[in-house]
Design a protein around this ligand. Structure first.
Ligand SMILES: [Zn+2]
Length: 86
């Protein structure tokens, strides 16, 4: 059972076969727009305005979590692969 507290920010970089990276923040996925800016992966499909900014080392510097949708159901396997459930 995974309990995510609202004030706890968990950042997980998801390995991707694409050039662009994926970042999971508090259960939501963000795709890389440029080396330091990330937009919610549902930006287009759900008109979601949530975004994040990291520094050059990949540390989270800014997070705007105004998602217009529920968390996608992802499962991270022990090998670090990301499987979408819904
Ligand atoms: Zn979103």
């Amino acid at each position: 059972m995974l309990i995510i507290l609202r004030h706890v920010i968990s950042v997980y970089r998801i390995p991707s076969r694409n050039k662009k990276g994926l970042l999971m923040i508090n259960g939501f996925t963000f795709s890389q727009y440029n080396p330091m800016y990330w937009y919610c992966t549902r930006r287009k499909s759900r008109n979601c305005q949530a975004k994040a900014r990291t520094d050059a080392q990949g540390k989270l510097r800014f997070l705007q979590e105004n998602h217009t949708h529920e968390k996608p159901q992802y499962h991270i396997t022990p090998t670090g692969h990301c499987v979408k459930i819904n």
